[in-house]
Design a protein around this ligand. Structure first.
Ligand SMILES: Cc1cc2nc3c(=O)[nH]c(=O)nc-3n(C[C@H](O)[C@H](O)[C@H](O)COP(=O)(O)O)c2cc1C
Length: 421
C-alpha cells in the first residue's frame, strides 16, 4: 500500500472494499475536500478524486494526489474515464463535495461538459448512489433555479448533505456528516439500513418544562441534539416511519419538515404524546432520548408570583410518571430504548445503573452516559455512551460526534430488534 494511504482503516472497516469517486468543484470550501477524502479513507474507502477544470484552477490537483494516494482525474481523455468509473472500474458511490451552484444546475439539466458533470451524467441512470454536499453563498442557494434543481435531484433519490447557513453562506457540511451519508448509502450499515426499512421509530428529544407559575418553570440543560441525531440516523437509514416528539428550545433541522414532529412542554404532555403515537401502531421502536423533568409542582400558581410580596416562597414537588415505564407497560410489544443520564460515575457503575434501570422500567435497552463531563452529553456536539441491552453484552461507544453515536445506536437496535426481540 502506498504510504499516502497508510491511514486507511484507522477509524473503522465499514467502507472496506468500497470505492468512492470524490468529485470536487470550484467552491471556496474546496479546502475541506482533502479532509473529507481522508475521513472516508480512515473508514477504509478507496477514494478516486475527480476535479472540474475550475477546481483544478483554484487549488493544485497535487493536493488530492497526496490526500487520496490516487491520481486525480482532471480531464476526460481517450480512456473515457467517466465510462470506466461506472463500468469496469465501477465506483460504489459518487460524492460531490463541495458542489457549486454551477455544477448542481448542470447535473440537474443533464449537462456533461467537464469531468464531474460527465461522470454524474453517465452514472445517474445507474444505481450508483450520488451524494451532493453543496457550498455556496446564501443568495445562490436561495436562487429558485438552484432550489428547483435540488428538488428535481432529490426526487431521483440523490442525497443532499446540507451544512449550516452562517455568515450569509450555505457552508459545507462536516466530514463526519458526509461520512454518515456515505455509510448510510453503502457502508456495512447497508445491512441494517435494509432492516430499518421495516421499522418505525418514535424518538423523544430535549428537556421538558414544569411550571412554577405562568411565567416561571423548572427545566434542565438538555439541548435535544442527541434525539435529533437519532432521528436523522433513522431517516438516513430509510426507516419505514419516523416521528420526533421534542420539548421546548430544541432546534430542528430543515429536513425534518417532511416528517412527523410534535412539540410538547411538560413531562405529562410528552407522556401523552408518546402514548398517542404508540397507539397508532406505526412504530416498532421507541427511543427515549429526551430528558423529561422527574418532578413537577403539586400545584403551580396561576398568574405570576409577585416578588414584592414574597421574599421567600416554597414549592412542593411530586415525581412525574416515568414515560418509558408507562409506555412499556401499555405497549409491551414495542422495543424500548432509553437514555440513562448519570452524574460522575465510572464505566462499571454506569453499566450497573443501566442494568438497574432496565429492571425497573422494563425497557429493552439502556444507553448510559455521564452528564458530569463537560466535553460530552448535554448541549455538546459529542457524546460517549454505553449501550446496555437486556440480553447480551454492553457495547462501549467511545467519544464521537452525536451523529456517529446515533448511527451506531440505531444499527445496534436494528440488529437485535429484528433478530432476537
Ligand atoms: C475563490 C472562489 C470561491 C468560490 N466559491 C464558490 C462557492 O462556494 N460556491 C459556488 O457555487 N461558487 C463558488 N465560486 C464560483 C465558481 O467557482 C464558479 O461558478 C465556477 O464556474 C464553478 O465551476 P465548477 O462548478 O465547474 O467547479 C467561487 C469562485 C472563486 C474564484
Amino acid at each position: 500500500m502506498s504510504h499516502l494511504k497508510d491511514i486507511t482503516g484507522s477509524d473503522g472497516k465499514e467502507l472496506s472494499g468500497k470505492k468512492i469517486a470524490l468529485c470536487v468543484t470550484a467552491s471556496v470550501s474546496i479546502t475541506e475536500a482533502p479532509r473529507i477524502a481522508r475521513t472516508l479513507m480512515r473508514h477504509s474507502a478507496e477514494v478516486i478524486p475527480v476535479l472540474t477544470a475550475e477546481a483544478a484552477e483554484l487549488v493544485s490537483p497535487m493536493i488530492f494526489e497526496w490526500s487520496t494516494g490516487n491520481s486525480p482525474i482532471t480531464k476526460i481523455t481517450g480512456k473515457v474515464e467517466h465510462v470506466e468509473l461506472v463500468t469496469s472500474s465501477r465506483v460504489d458511490a459518487i460524492v460531490i463535495a463541495p458542489c457549486t451552484a454551477n455544477t448542481l444546475s448542470k447535473i440537474a439539466s443533464g449537462i456533461a461538459d467537464d469531468p464531474v458533470s460527465t461522470l454524474v451524467c453517465t452514472s445517474l441512470g445507474t444505481n450508483i448512489p450520488l451524494i451532493i454536499v453543496p457550498a455556496m453563498h446564501e443568495p445562490m442557494m436561495k436562487n429558485p433555479f438552484i432550489q428547483e434543481s435540488i428538488a428535481r435531484l432529490e426526487k431521483l433519490g440523490v442525497k443532499f448533505v446540507k451544512g449550516k447557513i452562517e455568515e450569509s453562506k450555505s457552508k459545507i457540511a462536516s466530514s463526519e456528516e458526509v461520512l454518515n451519508a456515505v455509510l448510510s448509502a453503502i457502508g456495512t450499515k447497508t445491512e441494517s439500513s435494509d432492516e430499518l426499512e421495516n421499522l418505525g421509530f418514535l424518538i423523544t428529544a430535549g428537556p421538558t418544562r414544569e411550571a412554577i407559575d405562568q411565567v416561571r418553570f423548572i427545566s434542565n440543560a438538555s439541548s435535544g441534539k442527541m434525539g435529533i441525531a437519532l432521528t436523522q440516523a433513522c431517516l438516513d437509514g430509510g426507516a419505514k416511519e419516523v416521528c420526533l416528539i421534542h420539548g421546548p428550545g430544541v432546534n430542528l433541522p430543515k429536513e425534518f419538515r417532511n416528517i412527523r414532529v410534535r412539540s410538547v412542554v411538560s413531562t405529562e404532555d410528552m407522556l401523552n404524546s408518546v402514548l398517542e403515537e404508540l397507539a397508532t401502531g406505526k412504530y416498532d421502536v421507541f427511543i427515549s432520548a429526551a430528558a423529561p423533568g422527574d418532578y413537577a409542582l403539586v400545584s403551580p400558581k396561576k398568574g405570576k408570583i409577585s416578588t414584592s410580596e414574597n421574599d421567600h416562597f416554597s414549592i412542593q414537588l411530586e415525581a412525574t410518571k416515568k414515560i418509558v415505564k408507562v409506555a412499556k407497560e401499555r405497549f409491551p410489544e414495542i422495543f424500548v430504548a432509553a437514555f440513562k443520564a448519570e452524574y460522575g460515575m465510572s464505566e462499571k457503575e454506569l453499566v450497573e445503573k443501566a442494568r438497574q434501570s432496565l429492571e425497573k422500567s422494563g425497557s429493552d435497552l439502556a444507553i448510559a452516559n455521564d452528564v458530569s463531563r463537560e466535553d460530552i452529553g448535554f448541549g455538546s456536539e459529542e457524546n460517549e455512551v454505553i449501550i446496555v441491552p437486556k440480553k447480551g453484552q454492553p457495547k462501549f461507544l467511545k467519544k464521537a460526534s452525536k451523529s456517529e453515536i446515533a448511527s451506531e445506536i440505531v444499527s445496534f437496535i436494528a440488529s437485535i430488534e429484528l433478530v432476537s426481540f
